[in-house]
Design a protein around this ligand. Structure first.
Ligand SMILES: [Zn+2]
Ligand SMILES: [Zn+2]
Length: 254
């Protein structure tokens, strides 16, 4: 079975730097099937059900899985008929509101990509317990409101800039995260771009019976459909094929 890379972005519909044709070419080269999941949410181009319908129409012309990446915390309700046009919906957190102020993760992303020499989230986030609690509240609220299939890059959060993940992510947060995913039947994405989840969290999720999806979070052809980290984690933790998110529909590469 070839893997389904659920997480990719185009230039046409969000912040990718590639066309859908280039993504399909990369999928062929890497021997994977591919899903598109452009950014959706109140701050994105795909910010209404009408635009989602246009996106679904566009995707239906290609042999790809049809996904979305909803911006958790800045989401909107996807109508049932619209949701049915998509194979899955990823939910990802790209910012958190604390004390009425939004803390966006763009400086973290820049820092992790090497575009910022230094980034210290302690300047904005004084109470880390509150930060982690708020993060979980966002997930639980979103998961109970609509039909998410996958939680995207779950540790792409400001603490990543502070040190080794095992030292900066609290175990109580890991355990609550795992139980929220189980309760709502949401898969945890293993992300090649963000190297998440890290080992301790991966092990807890595997032991608890969480399902996983794999994603390159490809924005440009160089990294699109590259799944080295997910493959390594799947092998290392003996994750069986039936625990990995896939779709029923036949698409290219099946
Ligand atoms: Zn994302
Ligand atoms: Zn993404």
């Amino acid at each position: 079975m070839s893997y389904l890379d659920c997480h990719n972005h185009t230039a046409e519909w969000s912040d990718g730097r590639q066309s859908i044709e280039e993504i399909l070419q990369r999928a062929k080269e890497e021997g994977v099937r591919v899903g598109l999941s452009d950014h959706t949410g109140l701050g994105d181009y795909l910010n209404s059900n009408d635009r989602l319908l246009a996106y679904a129409d566009f995707l239906s012309q290609y042999p790809v899985a049809r996904g979305l990446e909803m911006d958790l915390g800045r989401s909107f309700m996807v109508q049932e008929g619209v949701r049915r046009k998509f194979d899955y919906m990823i939910g990802s957190v790209h910012g958190i509101e604390l004390h009425g102020m939004r803390i966006g993760f763009s400086p973290l992303i820049k820092y992790l990509k090497g575009g910022l020499p230094d980034y210290n989230p302690n300047q904005q986030i004084k109470d880390w317990d509150l930060f982690f609690k708020t993060h979980l509240e966002v997930l639980k609220k979103e998961f109970s409101e609509q039909n998410y299939s996958i939680l995207g890059h779950c540790t792409m959060l400001p603490p990543l800039a502070l040190g080794k993940p095992e030292e900066v992510f609290p175990e109580w947060w890991e355990e609550e995260l795992v139980s929220a995913l189980l309760m709502h039947n949401v898969a945890m994405e293993i992300s090649n771009r963000w190297l998440t989840p890290y080992d301790r969290l991966m092990k807890k999720a595997v032991d608890a019976g969480v399902r996983f999806s794999v994603g390159s979070d490809g924005h440009d052809p160089q990294k699109t459909c590259v799944l080295d980290y997910p493959k390594e984690m799947i092998w290392k933790y003996g994750v069986k094929d039936d625990r990995i998110f896939d779709i029923q529909r036949k698409i290219q590469g099946n």
